[in-house]
Each structure stands twice: as structure tokens, then as C-alpha cells.
Write a protein that binds this ligand. Structure first.
Ligand code: COA
Length: 706
């Protein structure tokens, strides 16, 4: 396999389709490569020969004497395959195919042929349908972009070429230097994971920005991204929502798990920062690439206005930034630098009269305080503090914070002078924003990333699973042509992995139903057992709280009648009689095998309103205990587990235990595709949780059961 380094640092480049004509893309390649100061060998290739921008053109790849590490292909689609063949035979290492007109317009066959031939000769292909590669390390602008890319520390990997070219332009305006930019286009060979491999270890790159539309090989991508985020921040703009969401309509987990939700959860879980807009992504990359790590968990806000201070406080809550709140200490620290009519409660209000000296004093107190991990300085334009002075003060403070390696950001709001100051300071890489939310978001992402670094190496949880016994249950069901398990089979599996379920029995007729109810002890629940009825409540197949023998008889008859009416040809095997549980917090836990990312788990508010409330969180397996708890905390209904209005806290440890066991079950039993417990009734602390209803779907791929 060729070293990926040769794509970013080739010793020689040939441009197939290099032209004298300045309007041609092949001409721009030669122009950009020369202008960027590339020091390696450069060979224009054109059948007409002659020279291109002073370089001798070769009629074909075989006319070149030395080795060629990289070829940029800029000829029409119909000639590409033959050219690729010649390059591959000639021992070229990387072929960057700029040409459009392959799988993106439906010609999958030619693209496949190109990829296969290249692979057979060990040549790697970027694209087709890409704008090329820029690498600051090699001082190589092998793109047909506008030229003049500023070298720096942000690497951009983009699936969209046009957006990539636009990002080159924007990076200049935003004063963001790039270490590399590459588009991956149709990804017939090289994909994001290959590029991450290089960028992760490349010292010049401090932040990686990726624009992704679809992920083909989820496992490999996640592996690569996980390695990258351990070393540097990765910011992803992921667009495109897939249709695949509602595949398994028979399970809530399936219908709630739109692939975007899963991707979102998995990206976060692996330390990736997801941005919604290009502006956000640029702001975050610039800030994360330049800022030191927070020196402590808590931040301080220093402001000359109360309103903007409150906005920043709200934003800190939104972006999960803790504010330092030891009132006594804050007073000690800040009262010498705050007017008596100001406030030393965080936000520190140095009041509207504050000018350079006041900001300098307050910011240096925060800089020296070991309790404070980062500072946010806010300024509303006033007549006492002129913009020219403001610029100086901001820059000076930025420099002192940088020297002592403590994060500091500014949000300044006002008229034209202030807007101009933002632009000027931005060019000097001073983190100044015209909006409080934007500034706080940057710091929030910095905190989030460093928290991730602190916790990612925790141990994964696991549980014992008797795979053989479980597979046997699944195989028996499949022999009956059933790809879901009946309630008693699912309960048996719960028993095998040690997830508590309510006492329950299967009755095939009314007499048995009565005997079973007596064995359970009243009150009981009765549910229809039928392979043809999956949503039992909808079919009128469930009766709750049956107090005695007579109620059991009535319920049995009612269930039979409504189920027949719901689906007249349904084969009804009988009813399940179970102990009636005291109602407590109803949660849902689902586990399924995602086509792209493998086993994933879902936790949320359960019961019958699952689909309406959609209060669920996802994670990819395996998981650490902290990540499981984070997933639980992410749901809006988490306070229900903590107990509301004087209720006792619920048994969160029991929920964690069920998640661990269910995770182990889906990971170790390929015969199972979906498991869902809804509700998992969660009792008070130390009283456990019970899986009231368990639904298990089997994988249709027969290989998985053998
Ligand atoms: N080997 C070497 N040179 C060849 C050749 C071959 N097999 N076949 C043709 N050429 C030469 C041509 O003679 C021409 O040179 P000339 O100007 O000296 O005559 C040059 O290669 C280019 O060929 P031409 O037919 O003029 O094509 P073009 O420049 O108009 O278009 C592409 C070529 C690749 C730019 C075009 O097909 C394309 O795909 N454009 C879209 C690119 C794009 O947007 N990519 C995605 C970006 S994100």
C-alpha cells in the first residue's frame, strides 16, 4: 500500500491535460503548482508536446524518465480510463482525477473499471470529480482554485468540490491559514479515513475540518476519527439526511433512529464537534486551532453592561460552561477593580464607565486567579472607551493570556467602529466576535473537546452473554419462518442475560389463563400472543389490572374478539398472563445493529408516547459507564429519574445495568437485529428496574445464525 504521505508530499507531479490555454483547467494546475512554490519535479503532459508556462510538455506518461508520485488528471471523461491504465502501468502512486462525468451522473461502470484497474496495479485514486490537493507542507497548490492559499494549521477535507473551492476563498477572508485542503468527490478509492490517517499525525495540522454528505464505511471512518480526535480537534459539517431512518417500522428504535441522529450521536461520542453552518465551523476551527486548553473547569465573564452579561450567562448554560460562583472569593478578587455600584458576582460588571484601565485590571485579576479556567470579556460600545483604544486593550490582553496559556475571548457590540475593530483584530487572530452567542459557543466547544480528551480512555462496560442458548432460541424461531421472538422467548433471553422481567406465563385457553393468573397473584396483566400482531395495544390485545377470576374471564373474551376484528386471519397462540406492576417511571431501551455503524443503543422516555415525545438519545457500542450516564442525562426526562416534587430518586444504577446487558447482547448475538424494552419500569433507588415488554427482531441474513 502506498504511503498516504506521498499524496500530500509527492516528490514529483505530472499533469495529464496540461494546456497552453489559460482558460483550461489543466493550465491552471500548472500555474497554481508553480505559483505555490512547489520544489519537486513537475511534468506537463499534452499529446501536442511544446511547452506549458515554460515547462517542456511530454506527449504521455511513458515519455517521462523519472518516477512520478502523483498525477493530476484533467482530460475529458472519455479519455480517462486509458490514461489511468497507462499511469498505473507506469507505477504512479496517486492519481487525482479532476474530471467529472462518472458515478455522479450515473456512469458507475467506468468509475468501477478505473478503480479496479488502479487497484490491480497498486495505484491509489482520489476522486473522480475533485478539485485537487493543496498541501502547505509541500508548498503545493495542485488545485484549480483561485490560488494564493494562506499556509496555516487547519486541514480541510471536503466531499463537495465546489464548497471546498468556496472555503478556500473564505479561509482567506477569515484569515485562516490552511495546512491542507483536499476534496474526495466520488470516493471511488480514497475516502475520509485514508486522509485522516495522514492529517492525524501531521504536526502542521492543528485542527481538521470535514464536510461530509454520506459515510460509506462507518466502522473504518469512526476508527480513523477516534484516532484523530485524540490528537487534535475535528470539526464536521455533515449534511444530507438519509431515507433509511424508518426501516424497521416494527421497532420504535428503528423508526426513531434516523441515520442522522445516529451519526450525530456517534460523532459526538468519538470527540467530533459538529457544526451546522460553514461560519460556525470556521469560527470553531480558528479558535480551537489557536487557543490554549482551559486551565480549570470554571470560567468568568467580565462585562461593562448587565444585559449582555445575562445573555452570556444564558449562553454559558447552553454550551455547558460552568461559571465560577464562589461569591466570597469573587468579591475578594474583583472588588478592588470594580466600582461600588458594579457587581462582583459572576458576570463581573465593571459598569458602563469602564475603559481600557478597568478592563486591563479586571482581566489581569482573572488571568492570575487559579480558580478561573477561562475568561469571556464583553463590551457594549460607550463614549468613554474609544474604538482605537479598545483595539489596543483587546490585543494586549489577548497577548498576556496567550503567554500564560489561558483562554480569553471577546464579544463586542456596537456601531461601525466596533465592526471594523472586529475585522482588524480578527486578522491578527485575536478571538473577537460581534455576537455573544458566537463567542461563548467557541469557548463551549473548547471545554467540550478538552473534557472529551479527559474521559475518552475510560474502560468499556461488558456483560456475560450465553450466546449458544440465545442463538438456539433465535434459530428455532427462524425455522418457523419467524423473524421476531414471541414474548416468552424474549423473556427467556432476558433471564439468560440477567435483566429482570415481571413474573409471567403463557396460557393457551381460558382455563389455563385462570390457573396462570392465580399462580402470578392478582392483579395481573393479560396480553395476546400472536405472530401476526406486533402492536398489541393497537389491536386491543392488552388488558391491565385484572383483580380477580371474573375479570380474567371477561378480559380473555374481549381480547380474542378485538384481535379477530383487528386482523381476522391472525393466528392467535394464546395469552400471556403477567404480574401487574406498580406504575413508576417508564423508560425505553433499544438496541439495534446499524448498517453503517454496527451496534447502537438508545435510551429515552418510554411508554406509549415514545414516538410523540421522541425524547431519546443514542450511542454506538461499546460504552463506558460515564458515557452511559451521559446518554441518560441527555434526555429531557432525566429529571424524572432524579425524582420530581419530593419523590425519591429512581434506581439509575439499575437502568445502567440493563443498558450494559442489552449492549452486550446485541454486540455478541448476530442473530438478533433489534431489541427493545418498552417500558423498562424504573423503581426507587435500590429497588431495581423491570423489563415489562420486550420485543426482539431477528436478522434476516441467514449467515448470522450459523
Ligand atoms: N493526455 C494528455 N492530454 C490530453 C489527452 C490525453 N490523453 N487528451 C486530451 N488532452 C489534452 C487536450 O488536447 C487539451 O489540451 P490543449 O488545450 O492543448 O488541446 C487538454 O488535454 C484538455 O482537454 P480538453 O478536451 O480541452 O478538455 P477541457 O479542458 O475542456 O476539459 C476537464 C477537461 C477535465 C476540465 C472536463 O472534462 C471536466 O471534467 N470538467 C469538470 C471538472 C470539475 O468540475 N471537477 C470537479 C471539481 S470539484
Amino acid at each position: 500500500m502506498n504511503d498516504i504521505k506521498l499524496l500530500f508530499e509527492p516528490r514529483s507531479i505530472a499533469v495529464v491535460g496540461a494546456s497552453k490555454d489559460p482558460k483550461k483547467i489543466g493550465h491552471t494546475f500548472i500555474k497554481n503548482i508553480l505559483a505555490s512554490g512547489y520544489a519537486g519535479k513537475l511534468y506537463p503532459i499534452n499529446p501536442a508536446g511544446g511547452d506549458v508556462l515554460g515547462l517542456q510538455a511530454y506527449p504521455d506518461i511513458n515519455a517521462i524518465d523519472g518516477a512520478v508520485d502523483m498525477v493530476c488528471t484533467t482530460i475529458p471523461a472519455r479519455f480517462v480510463y486509458d490514461s489511468v491504465k497507462a499511469c498505473a502501468d507506469r507505477g504512479v502512486k496517486y492519481n487525482v482525477i479532476i474530471t467529472s462525468g462518472f458515478s455522479e451522473i450515473g456512469d458507475i461502470a467506468t468509475e468501477r473499471k478505473i478503480a479496479d484497474y488502479a487497484a490491480s496495479r497498486g495505484m491509489r485514486v482520489v476522486g473522480p470529480n475533485v478539485f485537487g490537493v493543496y498541501s502547505a507542507e509541500a508548498r503545493m497548490d495542485a488545485t484549480f482554485g483561485p490560488g494564493g492559499i494562506m499556509p496555516g494549521s487547519v486541514a480541510i477535507v471536503t466531499q463537495s468540490g465546489a464548497l471546498g473551492l468556496a472555503m478556500i476563498g473564505k479561509s482567506k477572508v477569515e484569515n485562516i491559514g490552511l495546512s491542507a485542503i483536499v476534496s474526495i468527490g466520488n470516493k471511488c478509492d480514497i475516502d475520509e479515513a485514508d486522509l485522516l490517517e495522514y492529517l492525524t499525525d501531521q504536526e502542521r495540522t492543528r485542527v481538521i475540518l470535514m464536510y461530509i454528505e454520506g459515510i460509506k464505511d462507518g466502522d473504518r471512518f469512526i476508527e480513523a476519527v477516534k484516532k484523530a480526535t485524540k490528537k487534535k480537534p475535528v470539526v464536521v459539517i455533515k449534511s444530507g439526511r438519509s431515507e433509511r431512518g424508518a426501516v424497521a417500522a416494527a421497532s420504535h428504535t428503528g423508526s426513531l433512529a434516523g441515520s442522522d441522529e445516529i451519526i450525530d450521536a456517534i460523532l459526538r461520542q468519538n470527540g467530533v464537534i459538529r457544526a451546522d453552518t460553514i461560519q460556525q465551523a470556521f469560527d470553531w476551527c480558528k479558535y480551537l486551532g489557536n487557543s490554549p486548553a482551559p486551565t480549570g473547569d470554571q470560567a468568568v465573564i467580565i462585562t461593562n453592561g448587565g444585559g449582555i452579561g445575562v445573555m452570556a450567562t444564558d449562553a454559558c448554560e447552553k454550551y455547558d460552561i460552568e461559571l465560577y460562583d464562589d461569591g466570597k472569593k469573587l468579591k475578594e478578587m474583583f472588588s478592588p477593580v470594580t466600582p461600588s455600584f458594579g457587581s462582583t458576582k459572576n458576570p463581573i460588571d465593571i459598569t458602563g464607565g469602564a475603559a481600557g484601565a478597568e478592563y486591563n485590571s479586571a482581566l489581569s485579576v482573572a488571568l492570575d486567579a487559579k480558580e478561573i479556567g477561562a475568561s469571556i470579556a464583553l463590551y457594549c460600545e460607550t463614549s468613554t472607551f474609544l474604538a482605537a483604544d479598545l483595539e489596543k486593550v483587546l490585543e494586549q490582553n489577548h497577548n498576556s493570556y496567550e503567554l500564560k496559556k489561558k483562554p480569553l475571548l471577546f464579544a463586542i457590540v456596537g456601531g461601525e467602529d466596533i465592526e471594523n475593530a472586529i475585522v482588524k483584530l480578527g486578522r491578527k487572530n485575536v478571538p473577537v466576535f460581534g455576537d455573544v452567542d458566537e463567542a461563548v459557543a467557541c469557548l463551549g466547544k473548547l471545554y467540550w473537546y478538552h473534557r472529551y480528551l479527559r474521559y475518552h480512555s475510560e474502560l468499556y462496560e461488558d456483560a456475560a452473554v450465553p450466546v449458544a442458548a440465545i442463538t438456539e432460541i433465535c434459530t428455532n424461531a427462524i425455522k418457523q419462518d419467524r423473524y421476531f421472538l414471541l414474548a416468552h422467548e424474549a423473556q427467556k433471553i432476558m433471564d439468560l442475560v440477567g435483566i429482570p422481567v415481571p413474573k409471567s406465563y403463557i396460557a393457551r385457553n381460558l382455563d389455563e389463563a385462570i390457573t396462570c393468573a392465580e399462580k402470578c397473584g392478582y392483579p395481573v396483566v393479560m396480553k395476546v400472543v400472536s405472530r401476526d400482531i406486533i402492536h398489541k395495544s393497537d389491536a386491543g390485545g392488552v388488558a391491565l389490572d385484572l383483580e380477580d377470576r371474573n375479570e380474567v374471564i371477561d378480559a380473555y373474551q374481549a381480547i380474542m374478539q378485538s384481535c379477530r376484528a383487528y386482523k381476522h386471519d391472525a393466528k392467535i397462540e394464546g395469552v400471556e398472563i403477567a404480574e401487574m406492576l406498580k406504575k413508576e417511571v417508564e423508560t425505553i431501551i433499544g438496541a439495534r445493529r446499524d448498517q453503517t455503524f454496527g451496534p447502537v443503543i438508545m435510551f429515552g422516555l418510554g411508554g406509549i408516547y415514545v414516538e410523540v415525545m421522541k425524547d431519546v438519545a443514542f450511542r454506538a457500542l461499546p460504552l463506558s459507564r460515564r458515557e452511559i450516564l451521559n446518554m441518560i442525562k441527555e434526555t429531557r426526562s432525566y429529571p424524572l429519574l432524579l425524582g420530581v416534587r419530593g419523590e425519591e430518586q429512581k434506581d439509575i444504577d439499575a437502568v445502567i445495568a440493563v443498558i450494559i446487558k442489552l449492549g452486550a447482547l446485541i454486540s455478541k448475538c448476530p442473530a438478533i437485529s433489534d431489541i427493545e424494552i418498552n417500558p423498562l419500569m424504573v423503581y426507587e433507588q435500590n429497588k431495581g428496574a423491570k423489563a415489562v415488554d420486550v420485543r426482539i427482531l431477528l436478522a434476516k441474513d441467514e449467515r448470522s445464525t450459523t
